[in-house]
Design a protein around this ligand. Structure first.
Ligand code: GLA
Length: 787
């Protein structure tokens, strides 16, 4: 709902639970007046205004007719530099005469009954939603700034973006243009960011905001694992279920910045957009520049609600409608099993085993094309290496399909190796400066997607691949960051555009391919999670979260990722133990339990499994398939934070609160541990639930010498017999089934069986061990169909 209250010069935007209020100031600048819990339309807007009573020392009066008003203490929606606002501008322009003064004031507005599409950029698909377009005009020139606001009522999200229109006769140089600006009063806010590196993506950082400027950004040309383009503001006391929280997410996959500034009068400025570092854009007469869209959300009931708003946004309005609520297959990926060294025979052996374990898709990862026997060659040559795969991709796909599996393939189209046919043919297609020897990342160079010829070439070669073979899935990888940023295809004055033009080229390519092959399930990847953002999700409905598949590292990474992203987009595979990334040993059941809160896959040499492992994996997959919808699409709540405690707890609940799966994980075993009591406020207090633990199995190895107490027969833990038994014997963990009233679960909590107490073991004990975990299926008693 959007309302313009004309006599008060107020725009009031409402979602189901929030209000966003903008005012036209007497100076005609656009002001941020309120963002928070919903207030009604009849509100006394005057009472929302924070204004100076007297001229303030050190400020510059905007106009001599009002000595008190100055831009530096105003709350603004679209600030610029040059008229007394000394903070970071949202838009910074360099004009023909060398001036950098721009002054945007209100010009007009329109209430549109739809959300206009943005040229070539990913965006929310809320096209039928009412949209407010406010046009500002520079006081001295025919330069216009259009601001768009689209409330998406049911999920408490407002989409925002800006457009700069140059209606002058001359070029204007854009030095900075953010997607939005919001000024609010800083009331001891804390900032949560999701930062990391390769194999350590989206770790949570929480810090108090102080006067000054704080910025996270990526200069890597991709959104990056260093910082995610998603931030949260909350109070010190805000927790998962209580307290105010604001979230901001940028729909962009290139270099970005998120900036916070607190000025001396405690106004907090928030901005996000394309990174202004090393960016400049020469906007010609009559041209328009489009910023990416940003999504804002406010929750008055903690971080879980805020996250759920973004989760629903992703499933309803970001990913392609074909994949909305569409169950994702349990897949096998050969990367961690074989890396580059595989034969056709080995692949088929793996596929047969995958089928026998219950998997649904076989994905052939890196190494199938050109002369790709290691990571030094082949990128660019997207045709099958018949020495490795005599059947060709078409034949292999047929063979895999015959086994009863779908077939998927890995590509890394944005990249090229020196050692490739494509480089010999088109050395000029590479991003580099002719006078410098280019620096390499993973031995590779980046193709210049700002060049339409390159985009056309990739479109053709990949369309050929996707139409010749029966390909149901494609992992789209991207394994290096940008250096040597120069295009031989762009004039000197336009070099500052290169990284954004690259993104536009990439988005164009993805648009063409995903529309041409709508049935192909694309999974984005960038050395794991180096490009995990809403821009990628617009084209590819899931993302490979991290190259780190160690269960413990993974639950930290996934926990951080859940803040901004739904589990239905989070690729999560079970791999071998010890893990290849941290050499840590974790139980097979925990590796599954972690992956179950994402899109399950297996990525290890399954032809070498023991009987124990094969049997356990079969049961895991059956369980996952039985609850696939709930695990992939249920509402996910965080209960316990592994960054600050020894535990992680999460729960996924269906919208009607009829069923749920609770996951409890611990890092290290705690001697003589306390009782557990797990409060579940997200369940329905008027229902009665049956709770049953997923039947899990231990490897006897876990017990060591204690085995003589756990098994009915006496056996020496060092004997050969023991070694033989442990790889075959499935030792069941405790049974735990309870009928509990919802009001107990909501008000007091769920009490699982008591944890291990040392030395003794029986079926009333919940033996977890280091990195142990359990899943509990919870369902309304008269909805017990799945049991
Ligand atoms: C990247 C990906 C991995 C794998 C390799 C193949 O690192 O993140 O999953 O596909 O490339 O080279």
């Amino acid at each position: 709902m959007i309302k313009f209250i004309e006599d008060k010069k107020i725009f009031h935007l409402q979602t189901n639970n929030t209000s966003y209020i903008i005012e036209i100031l007497p100076s005609k600048h656009l002001g941020s007046l309120y963002y928070g819990e919903k207030i009604d339309f009849e509100n006394d807007y005057e009472r929302l205004k924070l204004k100076l009573g007297l001229e303030m020392g050190g400020q510059v009066a905007y106009d001599e007719s009002d000595k008190v008003f100055n831009l530096n203490t105003a709350f603004l929606e679209a600030p610029t530099y040059g008229k007394g606002d000394f903070r970071e501008p949202m838009v910074h322009l360099r004009h023909r005469d060398g001036s950098r003064i721009t002054d945007f004031v209100f010009h007009s507005y329109k209430l549109l009954d739809h959300k206009p599409k943005i040229n070539n950029l990913p965006e929310t698909r809320a096209f039928n939603k009412e949209t407010l377009k406010i046009t500002l005009k520079d006081k001295a020139r025919n330069i216009f700034l259009n601001l768009y606001y689209t409330p998406i009522q049911e999920i408490d999200i407002i989409a925002r973006r800006a457009e700069l229109v140059n209606n002058t006769e001359n070029d204007v140089l854009i030095e900075k243009i953010m997607s939005f600006n919001l000024d609010i009063l800083n009331q001891d806010y804390y900032l949560k960011t999701f930062d990391g590196a390769w194999i350590k993506e989206r770790q949570i950082n929480n810090q108090k905001i102080y006067p000054g400027i704080y910025k996270i950004d990526s200069k890597k040309g991709v959104s990056s694992a260093d910082h995610n383009p998603f931030i949260i503001l909350g109070k010190e006391f805000t927790d998962e279920n209580l307290g105010p929280a604001y979230g901001f997410s940028l729909i962009y996959s290139g270099g970005f910045e998120a900036l916070l500034e607190v000025n001396p009068v405690s106004i907090l400025r928030i901005q996000m957009g394309i990174n202004s570092f090393d960016f400049y854009w020469n906007l010609k007469s009559q041209e328009t520049f489009y910023t990416p869209e940003v999504l804002m959300s406010f929750s008055s009931s903690g971080f879980n609600r805020l996250s759920l708003n973004f989760h629903d946004l992703i499933n309803q309005y970001i990913i392609k409608p074909e994949f909305k609520d569409k169950k994702r297959p349990v897949l096998f990926n050969n990367w961690e099993a074989t890396m580059f060294s595989f034969s056709q025979r080995k692949l088929i052996k793996l596929a047969k085993k995958a089928k026998s374990l219950g998997m649904e898709m076989f994905v052939l990862d890196d190494g199938w094309f050109g002369e790709r026997n290691d990571d030094k060659a082949g990128l660019g040559d997207w045709y099958c290496n018949k020495k490795k795969i005599p059947l060709g991709i078409e034949g292999l796909a047929k063979k895999i399909n015959k086994l009863g599996l779908e077939f998927g393939i890995w590509v890394e189209p944005e990249m090229i190796n020196y050692n490739s046919k494509l480089y010999n043919e088109h050395p000029e297609w590479v991003i580099r400066h002719p006078n410098f020897k280019p620096s390499l990342g993973r031995n590779q160079l980046i193709l210049d997607l700002a060049n339409p010829e390159v985009v056309d070439y990739l479109d053709n070669v990949l369309s050929k691949l996707f139409s010749e073979a029966n390909i149901a899935y494609c992992k789209w990888d991207m394994n290096r960051n940008f250096s040597d940023i120069y295009s031989q295809n762009i004039t000197a004055e336009n070099q500052g555009k290169l990284l954004h033009l690259y993104m536009l080229g990439l988005y164009d390519l993805l648009n063409r391919l995903t529309n041409k092959f709508p049935h192909v399930l694309f999974e984005a990847c960038a050395s794991g999670g180096n490009r995990f953002d809403l821009g990628m999700l617009y084209y590819m409905p899931q993302i490979w979260t991290s190259d780190n598949t160690d269960a413990h590292s993974r639950f930290l990474i996934q926990y951080g990722t859940y803040y901004g992203y739904k589990q239905s987009v989070i690729g999560a595979h079970v791999s071998d133990s010890p893990s290849q990334q941290v050499l840590r040993k974790t139980p097979l059941e925990t590796r599954f339990n972690v992956s179950a809160f994402g899109l399950l896959g297996y990525e290890l040499d399954i032809t070498k499994l023991t009987k124990f492992e094969s049997e356990v994996i079969k049961k895991q997959i059956l369980y996952y398939k039985k609850h696939q919808e709930l695990l992939q699409f249920g509402d996910l709540y965080r209960l316990k934070n592994p960054f600050t405690t020894n535990e992680m707890q999460v729960i996924t609940v269906d919208k009607e609160k009829r069923e749920a799966i609770l996951g409890i994980f611990q890092t290290l075993e705690v001697p003589n541990a306390k009782f557990d009591l797990i409060k579940l406020p997200m369940l329905d207090k008027n229902k009665t639930y049956k709770i049953s633990v997923r039947k899990q199995y231990f490897n006897l190895d876990m017990f060591g010498y204690l085995i003589k107490h756990a098994l009915p027969i006496k056996i020496n833990a060092k004997s050969i017999l023991f070694h033989l038994i442990k790889n075959r014997y499935l030792f069941s963990a405790e049974e735990d089934t309870q009928i509990v009233k919802g009001e107990v679960l909501v008000n007091k909590g769920f009490i699982p069986k008591q944890p291990y107490l040392g030395t003794g073991y029986n079926e009333n004990i919940r033996l977890m061990g280091d990195f142990g975990s359990r899943l509990y299926y919870i369902c309304e008693v008269n909805n017990d169909a799945k049991g």
